[in-house]
Design a protein. Structure first.
Length: 255
């Protein structure tokens, strides 16, 4: 894993100097990453208020319902005109599970992550691109950690059809424990009014030893000015043996 981590950061560090800082944009909400880079000397704070997941699994005649609430966050700051540092924390969490009338409650802290994102100049006014190298470290408490570190190499390409409509796709390649996985996230963003916009995305994920996973998400964003936004989103898993739903509210601000 350490070799993969080193390769990831070498890829970012060794990119051509023909790069630029794309127009800044927050990464919340959704699973995709934007192509925008935080300006040098600025700090972007993206905070969930909170993120909520609901899962219902059934074995025989017995079902288990689990609700998890997290206040995850991401801090982004510009290191260079084209490069940003990303520090994430899954935050404090709370969960409640009910099985056959018995309820268990847990609380604790989640994992942390550190990464770099760099913009790539495609010499096109409508097309932008960024690459990502990130490591999620399993430092959280028992019920709120991934248990294995996750090393991610990713890319995002965005195309602006009009000032009110753009499409993008994020690709993530991850090494977790002894398994590799690939995730593709095509999305579409659309402006509704001067201050309101929306997005929809499909998440496709395939990991070694498991079946293909799909989820569909959508949300709205309210941006009172260019430095702040408030968002609400919801997503549903489309396959698997369990019913899973995700939702969240969030606020982001550029200092």
């Amino acid at each position: 894993m350490s070799v993969l981590k080193k390769i990831g950061f070498m890829v970012v560090a060794g990119l051509s100097s023909q790069v630029f800082a794309a127009d800044f944009s927050f990464d919340r909400p959704g699973k995709s990453i934007s192509t925008g880079i935080t300006p040098v000397g600025s700090l972007a704070w993206e905070q969930a208020l909170p993120s909520v997941s609901y899962t219902k699994t059934t074995q025989g005649s017995e079902s288990t319902e689990t609700t998890t609430v997290k206040a995850d966050m991401m801090l982004r700051t510009g290191l260079m005109k084209n490069l940003e540092l990303r520090l994430g924390w899954q935050g404090p969490g709370w969960s409640r599970s009910t099985t056959a009338g018995r309820t268990d409650k847990e609380h604790g802290l989640g994992d942390i992550s550190v990464g770099l994102k760099q913009a790539i100049d495609l010499n096109d006014e409508k097309l932008s691109m960024a690459v990502l190298a990130e490591a999620q470290i399993a430092t959280g408490n028992q019920y709120f950690t991934n248990h294995d570190d996750i090393y991610t190499l990713g890319s995002s390409v965005s195309y602006k059809y009009t000032p009110d409509l753009n499409t993008a796709i994020t690709m993530l390649y991850q090494h977790e424990g002894n398994k590799l996985s690939v995730t593709a996230i095509p999305n579409i963003g659309y402006r509704l009014t001067d201050k309101w916009s929306g997005f929809s995305e499909l998440v496709y994920r395939k990991a070694e030893g498991t079946g293909v996973e799909y989820s569909l998400g959508s949300g709205v964003i309210y941006a009172p000015n260019s430095r702040m936004q408030v968002d609400a989103n919801i997503a549903i898993d489309l396959n698997g043996s369990a019913d899973r739903y995700h939702a969240g509210f969030g606020v982001s601000y550029l200092f």
